[in-house]
Design a protein around this ligand. Structure first.
Ligand SMILES: [Zn+2]
Length: 255
């Protein structure tokens, strides 16, 4: 009987070895984890590095990683106005504009104008006519327009009809009011249902433009839905804004 006392039972030996190996691996990884991250496991996240804290704050203020130094992302709205000195570095006339446009308002900031030309030419290839009604509007032009409305209708009505000088995004040279023959080249919300309006909503971002005052975002932009007013921000920002259904304010974390 003594012989059989130390005889290894093979049926039980193999599962026992597997069990011991697994237990060792498990214990080993717990110990390794404690050594590696012991601090944070014992004291929570209070020892989060300054860099990590900075990154977290940055993400909160800039949720989409916008390059806030990019001049093409300049924000003009109810909280951010331009001065009478602000104007684009260079402007040029776009290719397709209405005959109501002046030698100034048929222009846009040069890079935006080039992008606008690519946009209208691509629309044309799809059988859609899109034209510019107003591009760049200088501070003094905006002032003349605003004063005209004030003289004609009084101040409170004028404030609804026209932006005050310095308050219009058109002063950046990056904004464009567009229209088409379907709405007789007028600026109207009906434009959204035209071939031109639909084409613009679907493709503008490909050329670096966004619908600046989208439907249902008046609380953020301060403007009612304007399906005709597009704004150049560059293709990268426009793509993110389009994909996430944002306003420029939200993209910049300034909403
Ligand atoms: Zn406009």
């Amino acid at each position: 009987m003594a012989k059989t006392k130390f005889k290894i039972n093979k049926k039980r030996f193999i599962p026992a070895v597997i069990f011991v190996v697994m237990l060792t691996v498990l214990l080993g990884s717990v110990v390794f984890e404690l050594v590696l991250h012991g601090n944070s496991m014992m004291w929570g996240s209070s020892d989060m590095s300054i860099e990590a804290q900075k990154a977290r704050a940055e993400k909160k203020n800039n949720p989409y990683g916008a390059n806030k130094k990019d001049p093409y992302l300049v924000l003009v709205n109810k909280d951010n106005q331009m001065t009478d000195k602000d104007k684009p570095n260079s402007t040029k006339a776009v290719e397709h504009y209405t005959d109501t446009a002046t030698t100034e308002t048929c222009t846009m900031e040069t890079r935006a104008a080039n992008a606008f030309n690519r946009l209208t030419s691509a629309a044309e290839d799809d059988g859609v006519e899109i034209v510019l009604t107003t591009g760049y509007r200088s501070y003094s032009t905006q002032k003349k327009l605003y004063d005209y409305y004030v003289n004609k209708f009084g101040k409170s009505k004028a404030n609804k009809q026209s932006a005050k000088p310095g308050w219009s995004e058109h002063q950046t040279g990056l904004a464009a009011d567009t229209s088409s023959p379907e709405v007789n080249y007028q600026l109207t919300q009906d434009y959204a249902d035209t071939a031109a309006g639909k084409w613009l909503a679907k493709h503008a971002h490909t050329y670096g433009f966004i619908i600046r005052y989208p439907k249902g975002k008046q609380d953020i932009t301060g403007y009612e839905y304007e399906p005709w007013h597009i704004r150049y921000v560059g293709t990268k920002a426009a793509g993110v804004i389009y994909k996430n259904n944002l306003t420029l304010e939200e993209y910049l974390g300034e909403d």
